[in-house]
Design a protein around this ligand. Structure first.
Ligand code: SAH
Length: 339
């Protein structure tokens, strides 16, 4: 049986819900916090500085969207406990995670990391009121996309049927910044409404309670087209349309559109992950760790290069900052002014 054609975003949402509910993502791909503790530590330092710039609110909501194994938050909280104990004590940890399986992993990872209870949410809407500092690494890339294909003067939309793409006439033409210029015939245009909805809601939440957020992901900051849907299994690319639920489906993140969706909050970047981590002191932290554990010095330097070198994760990965009520420049974006 071949089944009905399923719109790509519906297919992707279903595949990823099954994937994150049933599999260990870190058998299939590796993310920055899993590469090195330095990533979460630098974000912990970022949280401490931003908390100071917000006037040291106590309590405040320290949230993460899509926390995976909980490693980033555990590393950030350990750093806070050592260097900013008042911030650590004030942080009420709230995690946005839909997978019950990953919630259990996060619970185990964070048990001893904070004296305060850890809370879970399905989305932003149920976070408590008040000042918010939110982190999200490789969360947006897993949100479901639609793909439109240019044909002549019109558009078709991609659906999935029996493990293959089929096209149907698009009911609505896509709206996308790349459409400011003519799009060549056969081009694929991707849209991700859930990402824009998330940023829109996050910005409204920041307007209401003050705070700042970092969205870190792989993607592009200029209008672009092209099919970026990919699936990884055991570190290798596989056909994203086959065996839904057995591989992680992601797509490049459109940072320019997300910045636009943020509306009137202060928007920072996006900037390259390499520049952002360098500005937060990655080089100094790597040296410090290498001196402390000489036997691992080579691995530590290799991890720092992997996170920040342009030919590795330093350029493709980007960081977008949002803030309201933060005094001065948002850390890591020193080269920018808020737009
Ligand atoms: N941030 C982690 C994990 C990235 S994997 C890291 O850097 O290692 C993507 C994460 O987002 C997983 O925790 C997954 O369960 C979660 N996720 C994916 N789609 C989601 C959604 N729609 N709502 C909430 N969480 C989601």
């Amino acid at each position: 049986m071949t089944g009905q054609p399923e719109r790509l975003d519906h297919f992707m949402a279903r595949a990823n819900a099954a994937y994150y509910a049933g599999r260990d993502p870190f058998a299939d791909f590796i993310t920055s916090p899993e590469i090195s503790q330095m990533f979460g530590e630098l974000l912990g330092a970022w949280v401490a500085v931003v908390w100071g710039q917000l006037g040291r609110p106590a309590p405040f909501v320290l949230a993460e969207a899509g926390p995976g194994g909980g490693t980033l938050m555990a590393d950030a909280l350990r750093l806070l406990r050592h260097v900013a104990p008042a911030c650590h004590a004030a942080a009420q940890v709230h995690l946005i995670e839909t997978s019950p399986r990953l919630r259990a992993c996060q619970n185990a990872a964070l048990k001893a990391a904070t004296p305060n209870p850890v809370n879970w949410h399905d989305g932003l809407a149920s976070l408590p009121q008040g000042p918010l500092v939110l982190l999200a690494n490789e969360f947006v890339d897993a949100l479901p996309i639609r793909q439109f294909v240019r044909h002549g003067q019109g558009w078709a939309e991609r659906f999935v049927q029996a493990g293959r793409f089929v096209e149907q006439a698009a009911v609505l033409p896509p709206t996308h910044p790349a459409l400011a210029r003519p799009v060549p015939d056969g081009s694929v245009l991707e849209t991700c409404q859930p990402a824009l909805d998330f940023v829109h809601a996050l910005a409204a939440r920041l307007q209401h309670g003050r705070g700042a957020a970092l969205l870190i992901d792989y993607g592009y900051d200029a209008p672009a087209w092209g099919d970026s849907l990919q699936a990884l299994r055991a570190g290798r690319p596989v056909d994203p349309l086959r065996d839904p639920g057995t591989a992680d489906l992601t797509a490049h993140v459109d940072f320019a559109s997300m910045a636009q969706a943020a509306g009137s909050v202060d928007v920072w970047g996006s900037v390259k992950q390499g520049d952002f981590l360098a500005a937060l002191g990655l080089g100094a932290r790597a040296q410090q760790l290498a001196r402390a554990v000489p036997a691992q010095a080579q691995d530590i330097r290799a991890a720092a290069r992997r996170l920040a070198a342009p030919e590795q994760m330093g350029r493709l990965f980007r960081v977008l900052g949002l803030s309201v009520g933060v005094a001065g420049l948002l850390p890591g974006f020193a080269q920018l002014r808020a737009t």
